[in-house]
Design a protein around this ligand. Structure first.
Ligand code: FAD
Length: 607
């Protein structure tokens, strides 16, 4: 089944939950009208549905190939990338100064979601290029920006992120790639990077690698890492391509999923190129501040990977919904003359609604985060900027951790709804499951997101952002209670959402207090509950956004301006409140029992 952009839900979230109007009113977005946003979304839907989605299966069954250091991407990818470049999609969010369109992140989020839902493996290349552009925009020199950003925006070159080495995965303090300064101010890099997404390919003329490496006298650990630009082909002063640099693709990995995305082992400094031994690199910013700079790219990329989670969830949901309405099996519980579509069975409805409500909840959280990011950069009031920055940074690990973990659950339910056919590759449901599985791993595993969430987003400000958001959630509960006390067909649904959301935010507040209280004496107990705590935050935030959606739907229905979309959305919110929000309490128990449980852990995990 092909992909249809979920434009109605996207528009609802943009307009009703994420304050698109407020974002478009920010300085710098004067020329971005609501009509322009609509036109971008419509054209994006057309492009991904017609050009990118049909290649999803092609990439899965015909992965990129390696031969003698040359990588050929899956059939059709090169043409599609060319059309992506011609359409100006890479420049959507970036500075107009370099030829970008300078649109808000809030508009970029649905565009990126649609691209990734259509074809996750293909869309990884633009995703990483976005990260490189963002990092250079923030910390590159004017010369570096002028040289490297425009060709990437035009889709003539692409970008990669080179962090991982065999001994340095989650722990980047162990990065060992060497960078030695030359008399002309450039550096020579040598070492091995692994798992580099689109580290080599035939989609573009040149590849701009951003590489973490260590100078000879650098301090040990993360404080001794520097960031370098290493282009595959050196760039002449006239911006034309020059010598082949000494960075080579030794092999591609064979993977569980995202087969269409080449994952490369890169060797720096094997002496095969036109430049002698050692890849020529250019320092970005100052020596030993590389990790700090890379975090700029990682935050953007972590957010983007969270959006990938929503994307694959939406694709799996669409596939499973179509199958469940088509597949005839079993009698209706009320009795029927022949087999009914499995979508009639309450348990299949439970699975479909679990998929839908988790997807739509995560989408709402992600778009609200994008709006906060836009406001943090452009609001004229410094207080508003600071508050939104804190909210965005608080939400990034939730978007990454919760949306990607949920995507695996959702894709797995998609397989389940297909029954035995889900386990057979031809239906496509299995591909979503395999593709989704990488999302909680790369760009920082779920545990690394949870460490970031607790360490930088809870402990550092003493829980200030968490508490402020809890207060807002409680205001929504009060609104729900008031609406539930009124008249209308939705009052029992509203009351249910109010009850469950209140219990969930209470569970979150208790878990948060435990973490703050035990941060000094009981760190191991705190971190035993770190992932449950972050997932708890995800459940509560998604439940909150869906509760806000339910209030809007209910007002619409009372005002007689409802539609089948609003009816479905309300039902989705009620389902989330009844079936997913109660997870908050169980997750909080895992956190709160940490002080006792931790004493038993070492004995239980020895090999
Ligand atoms: C398909 C694919 C594409 C990738 N693309 C890129 C890329 O483009 N560029 C790039 O640089 N890298 C890339 N990676 C690497 C990826 O980011 C790493 O695999 C990931 O960060 C995890 O590192 P690791 O594999 O070494 O696992 P490890 O760090 O060894 O982790 C193993 C397990 O231990 C846990 N763990 C480790 N440390 C901690 C801790 N401090 N607290 C709690 N738990 C911990 C982890 O959560 C995990 O469950 C890619 C990987 C894959 C598979």
């Amino acid at each position: 089944m092909s992909y249809r952009a979920p434009t109605e839900d996207i528009r609802f979230v943009l307009n009703e939950l994420a304050d698109l109007d407020g974002v478009l009113a920010l300085p710098g977005f004067e020329e971005v009208s609501g009509d322009l946003v609509d036109a971008v979304l419509d054209e994006n839907a057309r492009f991904v549905e017609q050009e990118i989605a049909p290649l999803n299966r092609t990439g899965d069954i015909t992965p990129a190939k390696w031969a003698d250091g040359v990588v050929t991407t899956s059939p059709g990818f090169k043409k599609a990338f060319n059309e992506f470049a011609q359409g100006g999609w890479q420049g959507l969010l970036h500075e107009q100064e370099w030829g970008g369109q300078g649109l808000p992140k809030l508009v970029g989020a649905p565009v990126s979601e649609n691209m990734n839902a259509a074809n996750l493996a293909f869309s990884l290349c633009p995703l990483l290029t976005d990260g490189v552009i963002e990092a250079l925009t923030a910390v590159g020199t004017k010369e570096q920006q002028a040289l490297y950003i425009p060709p990437m925006l035009q889709g003539r070159w692409t970008g990669t992120m080179n962090l991982t080495e065999p001994q340095a995965g989650s722990d980047l303090a162990l990065v060992a790639t060497k960078a030695v300064k030359q008399d002309d101010g450039t550096y020579r890099l040598s070492g091995q990077k692994i798992f580099i997404t689109y580290g080599e390919h035939d989609l573009a003329e040149n590849i701009v690698h951003l590489v973490l490496a260590r100078t000879p006298d650098a301090p040990k650990g993360v404080k001794g890492i520097s960031l370098f630009i290493v282009p595959k082909f050196l760039v002449n002063s006239d911006a034309g391509l020059g010598a082949r640099n000494d960075v080579w693709c030794a092999s591609l990995e064979h993977k569980l999923g995202i087969h269409g995305s080449p994952t490369a082992v890169l060797l720096y400094g094997s002496g095969k190129g036109d430049v002698g031994s050692g890849a020529i690199g250019y320092l970005v910013g100052e020596e030993n501040r590389g990790l700090e700079y890379m975090f700029i790219m990682m935050n953007a990329a972590r957010y983007a990977v969270g959006v990938q989670g929503i994307a694959i969830s939406e694709r799996a949901l669409q596939h499973a919904t179509a199958y469940a309405n088509d597949r005839l099996q079993g009698q209706a519980l009320e009795g029927s003359k022949g087999p009914v579509a499995i979508a009639n069975h309450p348990d299949v409805q439970r699975m479909l609604l679990t998929m839908r409500s988790l997807t739509e909840g995560a989408r709402a959280v992600a778009y609200v985060a994008a709006a906060a990011c836009d406001k943090s950069r452009r609001d004229p009031d410094s207080g508003v900027r600071a508050r939104n920055k804190a909210i965005y940074e608080y939400l990034v690990p939730i978007v990454k951790g919760f949306a990607t973990e949920s995507s695996v659950e959702i894709a797995s339910l998609g397989v389940q709804i297909h029954g035995g056919m889900g386990y057979i590759e031809e239906t496509g449901a299995a591909q979503y499951y395999r593709d989704a599985r990488i999302l909680p791993i790369y760009e920082g595993t779920t545990a690394i997101q949870a460490n970031d969430f607790i360490g930088r987003k809870i402990l550092r400000d003493g829980g200030a952002v968490a508490r402020a958001l809890s207060a807002e959630i409680r205001s929504t509960v009060a609104e729900l209670e008031e609406a539930a006390a009124g008249e209308g067909p939705d009052t029992d649904g509203l009351a249910l959402i109010a009850r469950r959301l209140l219990a969930a935010v209470g569970a979150y507040d208790n878990a948060c207090s435990f973490i703050l209280k035990n941060a000094q004496e009981g760190l191991r107990a705190v971190f035993l509950g770190s992932v449950p705590f972050m997932m708890l935050a995800g459940v509560v935030n998604a439940g909150w956004q869906l509760a806000r959606a339910a209030l809007i739907c209910s007002h619409r229905s009372k005002a007689g301006t409802g539609s089948s979309f609003y009816t479905r959305k309300f039902a989705t919110s009620v389902f989330f409140a009844a079936h997913i929000l109660p997870r908050a309490e169980s997750l909080s128990h895992a956190v709160l029992e940490g002080s006792v449980t931790i004493r038993y852990m070492n004995a239980a995990t020895e090999s």
